[in-house]
Design a protein around this ligand. Structure first.
Ligand code: 5GP
Length: 122
């Protein structure tokens, strides 16, 4: 069951229901991967679980071990598929207000294709 605070009308929930389009890269039974609408690097994709989870905390506490494993495996697969893993990439999952999470459905960003810079440059 979804977390009581999960917003079923968030943008990624709408993408999962095919109510709005996305530039899909890949999917499996548990995850969907698509290109970020406002890319911050030559490679910028988002991996999301198909289940209704707000963020990584919610996912870690409430997702099944199958969902959790599939999410991790998908991150590795998409890094290879995009070519990001060739030279390295940054993996980000923002959580909550201070983390500047804009969409309240768990997503992992893969950023790559060029040097991403220091974590201090923010
Ligand atoms: P957050 O700040 O929540 O970690 O990142 C949300 C990301 O979702 C942003 O990088 C933003 O560009 C992306 N995004 C927001 N709306 C859409 C959309 O409708 N489609 C796609 N593909 N990406 C979106």
């Amino acid at each position: 069951m979804a977390h009581a605070l999960y917003d079923t009308n968030n943008i990624f929930a709408k993408i999962l229901r095919s109510e709005i389009p996305c530039k899909k890269l890949d999917e499996c039974d548990y995850t969907l991967t698509f290109h970020d609408i406002n890319p911050q690097a030559p490679i910028h994709v988002l991996i999301i679980p198909k289940g209704a989870y707000i963020d990584l905390d919610d996912f870690a506490q409430n997702a099944s071990s199958e969902e959790q494993a599939a999410f991790l495996v998908a991150i590795g697969n998409e890094a290879k598929l995009t070519g990001a893993s060739e030279n390295g990439y940054r993996l980000i999952t923002n959580i909550g207000g201070f983390g500047h999470q804009e969409v309240p459905h768990l997503h992992a960003h893969i950023l790559g294709g060029e040097p991403i810079g220091s974590m201090r440059a923010r």
